[in-house]
Design a protein around this ligand. Sequence first.
Ligand code: SF4
Length: 160
Amino acid sequence: MWKFASCDGCQLSILDLEDELLALASEIEIAYFLEATQTASDGPYDLSLVEGSITTAQDLERIKTVRRQSKALVTIGACATSGGIQALRNFRDVNDFLAVVYADPGYIDTLATSTPIADHVAVDFELRGCPVNKYQLLEVVTAFVFGRKPMIAAHSVCME
Ligand code: SF4
């Protein structure tokens, strides 16, 4: 599980699974999930779930590294699949926002845009929603674990 620019809400959808997560955990090894386990094992990885958008030069390099280390890469949530609410900056000068939000914007190093993961690396599946639906997330992970196509309707979802 990899986090980029996001609120962590989609990662929390995984933790919300509770009983289902315990069953799933017996089938997989969680190699990297700092939000939940502080586990950080080196790759390669069979499946990477990516939350968040690309907003810094460092993240742009990091997502390429994640892609190289991952057999399959799935983006989860509106931030990762469309740039998220932070993509509002794409329609204005990002320096205008920095001047309003930060007392000393000179310390902030950011790209002018917030972009989805698929703009930068190949993505095997996109799960939409804000946050993602936890049962759809379970279906996606289960499908990749067992080597089949996820059975998810191809439309955007806005969950509670
Ligand atoms: Fe948070 Fe929504 Fe982005 Fe998920 S898609 S990380 S819930 S803002």
